[in-house]
Design a protein around this ligand. Structure first.
Ligand code: TXA
Ligand code: MG
Length: 303
């Protein structure tokens, strides 16, 4: 069921139900952030391992303040990027009301203040944060439209159209040294600019964030990266002018614009996965700006 009434959506949340929500990054599976039973339902629906903690979405940084211990760097980043696609990991406060199951019993929680206008209205109508992972079955391609969510979950979905960024938020640990845990919609360059110094970044796509332990974002078909030529039966995720025109081609960005490609990446993976091509080839994507996050998702889809 697609819904467009904020009060109905808030009612579902208050009653401990799970609904699909739009965000500026990808769609989420949202439940009441202070209700343990609602959070348990999210894990069950997604078939998500309990060791993979969730992100808590707040109406404002002030609202998050009773649940976390702020650091100077976290405040700097929150001021620069919220509302928006940056998730900050901080220590839980002594007064934290988020049940341990949401954060896989870690001493930290991941928080963000999203910018999607419909979600902002919903958060204003709820008296709690929303716990929300991306609205895909664990391991599968993330959803960037309400239709993608409906493909897998029989739940009410608040239809907020096509997600602007199309890639998940950047996850940053701000407890001591600032550490990038997951590249995402906010580029490392932008974060470094705000911090005024370089931050520690894990290299070689080694998993640090608990949720990065498993492969993710994967279509049901085989996928290969950095393809300059394609084989018979392969579908193509193109970035710029392709060397040939296979029957199943999804153009990420003809003008080789990385933001446009990021916004269209998961939609392209969904489209080719549903098409009759046998496997998927992806043209090379430069490893700069948001290209880092695009290649991260592609790499995880094949590993
Ligand atoms: O853009 C997004 O972030 C979307 C939308 C719905 O907000 N959400 C999303 O959630 O991508 P999910 O559950 O698919 O990914 C959350 C990531 C996982 O890699 C998880 O391990 C990490 O955040 N995470 C959550 N809590 C953490 C914590 N306390 N410490 C380290 N990593 C954490
Ligand atoms: Mg996810």
């Amino acid at each position: 069921m697609l819904i467009n009434n904020i009060q109905h959506a808030a009612k579902f949340i208050a009653l401990g139900e799970i609904i699909g929500i739009p965000t500026e990054t990808v769609y989420g599976l949202a439940g009441h952030g202070y209700q343990e039973k609602a959070i348990e339902k999210i894990y069950a629906l997604k078939n998500r391992p309990k060791i993979n903690p969730l992100i808590l979405h707040y109406d404002s940084a002030e609202m998050a303040s009773c649940d976390v211990v702020w650091t100077e760097k976290a405040q700097l980043l929150a001021k620069a990027f919220w509302p928006g696609p940056l998730t900050i990991v901080l220590e839980k406060s002594k007064t934290c009301r988020v049940p341990p199951v949401a954060s896989a019993s870690l001493s930290s929680i991941a928080i963000r203040v999203p910018s999607h206008p419909l979600l902002r209205l919903l958060l204003a109508a709820c008296d709690a944060p929303l716990a929300a992972p991306s609205a895909n079955p664990s391991g599968y391609i993330s959803p960037t439209t309400a239709e993608h969510v409906k493909r897998f979950f029989d739940i009410p979905v608040l239809d907020g159209g096509f997600c602007k960024y199309g890639l998940e938020s950047t996850v940053i640990d701000c407890r001591k040294e600032v550490t990038l845990l997951r590249p995402g919609a906010v580029s490392c360059e932008a974060i470094k600019f705000v911090l005024g110094h370089s931050m520690e970044i894990y290299s070689g796509y080694k998993p640090i964030s608990p949720g990065l332990l498993e492969n993710h974002y994967a279509p049901s078909k085989a996928l290969r990266m950095n393809a300059n030529e394609i084989a018979s039966g392969e579908g193509l995720l193109a970035f710029g002018e392709p060397s040939c025109q296979p029957p199943h081609l999804f153009q990420l960005s003809l003008k080789r614009d990385l933001s446009e490609a990021a916004a269209r990446l998961f939609a392209g993976m969904h489209a080719l996965d549903l098409s009759s091509c046998k496997s998927i080839a992806v043209m090379p994507i430069p490893e700069e700006g948001i290209g880092l996050a695009i290649n991260d998702r592609l790499f995880r889809a094949i590993s």
